[in-house]
Each structure stands twice: as C-alpha cells, then as structure tokens.
Design a protein around this ligand. Structure first.
Ligand code: AKG
Length: 262
C-alpha cells in the first residue's frame, strides 16, 4: 500500500472529538490552508503523529485537507474537492440523462433523485438493483464520466492507499429538502477489493456510518461541500446512509459516488 498509515486505527473516541474541532477550524479556513504551526498543534493536541497519518500525501494537502481515518479503511478527506467545479459537470450530465426518482424492490419511491455517468450506471426498480451500460429511460449510453470527476476520484483513492482505483461508474445523487438515504451496503459491484469514493457537493448533510451488520451502532458525521469519503478493505461492506435534509432547507445537496462496478 502506498499509504503506510492506512491500517493504523485511531480509536473512535479520538476521532469523533478530533473531527468536531477540525470541522470548526476547517469551516472557518475553507480554501484558506491552515498555517503549518496551527495544523501541527491540532494534531499534537490529539496525539496524532503527522508522519504516520500523512506519509505520501502531497505537502500542500496536509494543510488544506487532512486525511482522517474514521475506522479501519474508512477515510475522510475534508475539503479535498475544493477547486473542482463539480456543479457545472453535474448539470451537464443531467442535461443528457435527467435526474429521476427510482423505486426500490418493494415499490417505494426513493426520496433522493439520481442519474449516472460513466460506462455503467446503477439503477433500481421494483424488480431489483443493477448496473446497466445504458439509461433505461432513453435506452442511450450514460453520458461519459467528466475528466475532472475521474481525476478527483482517482486522486482521492490514491491518497489514502488505493493507487489502482479505476472508476467506471459515477452515481449522482441529488437531495432536496426532506430527502435522505436509508442504511444500506454497496454490494452490487463485481470486484469488492476496489474502494468506494464519495464526494459531497453544495449543501451539507449528516452521513451515517454503521458496521458490517445492520444492527450495529451508527455514528453520524456532518459532510460539507467538497468533503470526500473513501472506504474499502475491511470496511468495504459497511452499512451507511444519509439522514434526511431539514424540511425547510432550500439548498440542494449532491453526492458523487464513484465505483469500480464492472
Ligand atoms: O449521499 C451520500 O453521501 C451517500 C450516497 C450513497 O450512500 C450511495 O449512493 O450509495
């Protein structure tokens, strides 16, 4: 693995208190890298060794986006996607393959609206889940994955120890007021050794992280615009989801979920 710290596990208690202090600092410093002494001070106060945690991470990232291991093989790269104009590409994809509310087996309509780009797109219907090379609404191939999407996903995976990630599918989720996503596992991909790369765009939301069984305790973490989560390895099949956005919220949240599906 390119990233020696990947398998080290900082206890949950350390992480969750670290995250809340980092959130405050990062939100007030977004797009404005933390000065080195301040960053190192935060790490020192949480007894995290920069050498272990940040080996092989480009120097500039250390200060603008601190990779944090939330649990074994689950990484948060706060603000990693800042500087990528993702909204423009999302709108371009949606211009060819529009957002739609799928139904799940059982017939319930999903509150989140979805579309896809890349060679394969994830779809759900009353008869099950599938990756398809075409949009079932138009029978046309999904729009190509924008180059900046692919670059972002590959860079994020590489940064935390998956240098060979080759995403062939990008599911784009759009959350309106009240929309959320129940706890689920991503298990329709052919090769489960590849990670999932998940990018938050625009409005914030609470991301739920559970265990490998549905009945395990769930933690929530607030994800903001440009935050990237990467999970795989021992946590590839964790249950995860998104708490519903507040009912009175006008800002939309988007999420890009990159997978190596085929
Ligand atoms: O919106 C998110 O942050 C997560 C989306 C997700 O879990 C999925 O598409 O499987």
């Amino acid at each position: 693995m390119a990233f020696a710290g990947r398998n080290s596990h900082h206890g949950n208690r350390d992480f969750w208190s670290f995250r809340s202090s980092m959130t405050a600092r990062l939100s007030s410093s977004r797009l404005r890298p933390l000065p080195q002494p301040q960053c190192l001070q935060i790490l020192a106060s949480h007894r995290i060794k920069p050498k272990t945690l940040f080996e092989n991470v480009p120097h500039q990232m250390l200060f603008s986006s601190v990779p944090l291991q939330l649990a074994p093989d689950i990484w948060l790269l706060a603000g990693f996607a800042a500087g990528y104009d993702l909204l423009e590409s999302i709108h371009a994809v949606a211009g060819s393959a529009g957002f739609r509310h799928c139904v799940v087996p059982g017939g319930k309509r999903m509150s989140v609206a979805m579309t896809n780009c890349g060679q394969l797109g994830w779809v759900s219907s009353s008869s099950g889940y599938a990756y398809l090379p075409y949009d079932p609404l138009t029978q046309l191939a999904w729009p190509a994955m924008p180059a900046i999407f692919k670059k972002l996903a590959i860079e994020a995976a590489k940064t935390v120890g998956w240098p060979n990630f080759k995403p062939d599918s990008c599911l784009i989720n759009r959350y309106e007021a009240g929309a959320g996503m129940g706890l689920h596992q991503d298990r329709d991909e052919r090769d489960l050794s590849a990670p999932i790369v998940s990018v938050s765009v625009n409005a914030s939301a609470k991301f739920m992280i559970g265990g490998l069984r549905r009945d395990e305790p769930v933690k929530s973490i607030e994800l903001h615009d440009s935050d990237v989560m990467v999970w795989g390895g021992r946590s590839r099949l964790i249950f995860h989801g998104v708490r519903p956005l507040p009912k009175n919220q006008s800002a939309l949240r988007y999420n890009l979920t990159f997978r190596q599906a085929g």
